[in-house]
Design a protein around this ligand. Structure first.
Ligand SMILES: NC(=O)c1ccc[n+]([C@@H]2O[C@H](COP(=O)([O-])OP(=O)(O)OC[C@H]3O[C@@H](n4cnc5c(N)ncnc54)[C@H](OP(=O)(O)O)[C@@H]3O)[C@@H](O)[C@H]2O)c1
Length: 329
């Protein structure tokens, strides 16, 4: 059977969710440069149209399907659409995600519930409908953009953290379940804070109004790590030194480390004057629809960033060790 977008048997087909901005858009652009045929999914049509034009200008055959990942029915239709367009799916990138920050009880319950539906259930919906396709093809790669929040709680974003550790739980279970299929892979990546539009789109309560810190990672670099997983799949990946170091230090001093970063946020909240903003939780993201978001100060070069991250982590480690020693004595 001939499918509309299929150019050759060697052209790979990818579905990327949350592809209209931030890390998802960076990933779509990179896959386009690699000549993938791509289906982009998100809710907002205007942003998707813009993303499709960019990808096609980079030499790919890209289409979109407006999809709310929190709806199982819409995700099922997304898979059916992809099969009708391209006949198979080689790579599925679960990336569509939202975040609400603030004191737990200041955030409306409807917002908390939708964060769970989009992040946890959205990734689950993707896996549920694409894995049968992979089994039928006897191959396929599912990549989950989890977050370092899958390992440690993001401060004042309790429900976001629940969704990210939930994704890690579901996907670890599925990795074992699929271990008898050598050509089907589930890969999880755990990036640290990104210099993406995510922070501009997120919901903010309790007066919070923060910008992306200068040590945030480049979403284009995260996209490169996602692409590399299509060439050499791996179960768990920390895409940069900082995310690995954060995981390491949290593993050694879990409570002190988490309390320390929460204290920093508590300090920010004391002077915060932002208005409650439900961001893109219930409705499609507003402008900007681009890869990069606004940073708080001047950007640091990659090597300075690495040095600052290592310095910060060593500092936090020393501080934590001193506190623990004091508690013991
Ligand atoms: N930003 C960070 O610091 C950071 C760090 C680690 C991991 N991550 C993870 O990276 C992923 C992308 O984040 P980002 O920073 O790139 O955010 P972003 O720029 O706000 O992009 C989010 C994307 O998801 C889509 N989306 C949101 N809700 C959706 C829904 N219900 N159904 C379908 N699509 C939906 C958005 O489009 P529409 O609104 O139009 O639907 C947009 O395309 C998320 O999973 C996030 O948790 C982010």
């Amino acid at each position: 059977m001939k499918h509309r977008g299929q150019t050759s048997l060697t052209t790979k087909i990818a579905v990327i969710t949350g592809a209209s901005s931030g890390v998802g858009l960076a990933t779509a652009e990179l896959f386009a440069k690699k000549r993938y045929n791509i289906i982009l999914a998100a809710r907002g049509v205007e942003a998707l149209e813009k993303a499709v034009s960019k990808c096609n200008a980079l030499g790919s055959h890209t289409v979109y399907k407006s999809t709310d990942m929190s709806s199982a029915e819409e995700v099922k239709e997304l898979v059916e659409y992809c099969l009708s367009q391209f006949g198979r799916i080689d790579v599925w990138v679960n990336n569509a995600g939202v975040m609400a920050s603030g004191k737990f009880e200041d955030i409306p319950m409807e917002i908390h519930e939708q964060v769970i539906k989009t992040n946890l259930m959205g990734y689950m919906h993707g896996a549920y409908y694409v894995l049968p396709v992979f089994k039928q093809q006897n191959q396929g790669i599912l990549i989950n953009n989890v977050s370092i929040g899958g390992y440690l709680p993001a401060p004042f974003s309790a429900v976001y953290s629940a969704t990210k550790s939930g994704i890690k739980g579901v996907m670890s279970g599925l990795q074992s379940e699929l271990s008898i299929y050598p050509e089907i892979h589930i890969c999880n990546i755990y990036p640290q804070i990104q210099r993406s539009t995510g922070n501009m789109h997120s919901a903010k309560y309790s007066g919070l109004d923060f910008k992306i810190p200068p040590f945030a990672a480049d979403p284009m670099e995260t996209a490169k790590v996602i692409y590399k997983l299509t060439l050499k799949p791996k179960k768990d990946t920390f895409p940069d030194v900082s995310s690995y170091m954060i995981k390491l230090i949290h593993g050694i001093f879990p409570h002190t480390f988490t309390n320390l970063i929460t204290a920093v946020m508590r300090g920010m909240m004391k002077q915060a004057k932002g208005k409650d903003d439900e961001g893109n939780i219930l409705k499609p993201s507003k402008e900007p629809h681009q890869v990069y978001g606004e940073t708080s100060t001047v950007l640091l070069s990659d090597s300075t960033k690495r040095l600052v991250s290592i310095g910060l982590i060593i500092g936090i480690g020393l501080y934590t060790a001193t506190r623990i020693r004091k508690n013991i004595n």
